[in-house]
Design a protein around this ligand. Structure first.
Ligand SMILES: C/C(=C\Cc1cc(O)c2ccccc2c1O)CCC[C@H](C)CCC[C@H](C)CCCC(C)C
Ligand SMILES: C[S@@+](CC[C@H](N)C(=O)[O-])C[C@H]1O[C@@H](n2cnc3c(N)ncnc32)[C@H](O)[C@@H]1O
Length: 258
């Protein structure tokens, strides 16, 4: 039987949440793009609520480990609604330049609205680019630092994403990648699953986004451990790679130097 794709009006992709006929998990790039478009209106508030504001600390650590400094030209990959790009902007100041890249129009629209509401002059140094992390529209060796928050786990081809990051980084520069930690400690991974099943998904279901947040647990299961992420970075050609567990082991950060 031919594959049946259901579309809901005004959505950018197939019907995934609240859809009785939903059959496959969020596998393709366009399904993931549709998911992030759908959750954009509530994404920031849910992150604050679900992490009790802790994600702000993890994002600050990510920026600090990227080595970004005043005057730098930096890239925030999979920038979503812009949290990390705004932090980078304060770091590189008005004579620096920040590019926030994402493939979700809705997330970028939230980022751009937030930028307009901010009063600090440095925030004018941010440019939002709609693009694909797997095919970056930048020349080789362009950036002094790159950050990526909760992005690598969500791209369909992690190897290509890391190769693209390496390509657009200057020699000696760093990428700092924040994400959920796929822990090898059974106590930590059970606690993470417990939080997702009993807090994250029930809260999200109150916004009609149960299926979209269920994807989170599957994506962590299919992600790489810290050791595997270090290996991936070295395999694609980074000269060094170090993984740090943070947030009590729930989160992790990969720092790799070109
Ligand atoms: C930062 C959070 C979520 C980001 C996020 C990432 C994704 O890839 C998604 C994909 C699809 C849908 C949504 C998302 C998404 O929102 C929130 C993280 C919340 C944690 C699961 C729970 C944190 C629990 C504690 C309150 C933290 C305690 C820390 C302490 C130091 C032990
Ligand atoms: C969980 S959000 C993280 C947003 C933000 N970095 C943060 O930390 O809050 C993941 C983001 O990755 C983006 N994304 C996933 N795959 C992508 C790809 N191939 N190219 C560009 N953006 C992508 C999604 O659109 C989404 O905005």
């Amino acid at each position: 039987m031919a594959a049946l794709q259901l579309y809901i009006p005004f959505s950018t992709g197939p019907c995934l949440s609240n859809c009785r006929f939903r059959s496959s998990p969020v596998r393709s790039s366009s399904e993931r793009q549709a998911l992030f478009n759908r959750i954009a209106p509530v994404y920031d508030n849910l992150n604050d609520l679900l992490s009790l504001g802790q994600h702000r600390i993890w994002k600050r650590m990510t920026v600090s480990w990227s080595g970004a400094k005043m005057g730098d030209s930096v890239l925030d990959l999979c920038c979503g609604s812009g949290d990390i790009a705004f932090l980078l902007s304060e770091k590189v100041e008005s004579n620096g330049k920040v590019i926030g890249l994402d493939f979700s129009k809705e997330q970028l629209s939230v980022a751009s609205s937030r930028q307009k509401l901010k009063s600090k002059a440095c925030f004018m140094n941010i440019e939002w680019v709609e693009g694909d992390a797997l095919d970056l529209p930048f020349s080789n060796g362009h950036f002094d630092a790159i950050t990526m928050g909760y992005g690598l786990r969500n791209v369909v081809d992690k190897h290509t994403a890391m190769r693209e990051i390496l390509r657009v980084l200057k020699a000696g520069s760093r990428v700092s990648i924040l994400d959920f930690n796929k822990s090898t400690n059974p106590v930590t991974s059970s606690f993470q699953e417990l939080m997702i099943d009993n807090v994250v998904v029930p809260v999200a279901s109150g916004f009609g986004l149960e299926e979209d947040y269920k994807y989170l647990k599957r994506s962590i299961k299919e992600f790489l451990t810290g050791e595997e992420l270090e290996k991936l970075a070295l395999d694609v050609g980074f000269s060094s790679a170090r993984y740090y567990e943070i947030g009590g082991g729930l989160m992790g950060n990969l720092v790799a130097t070109r």
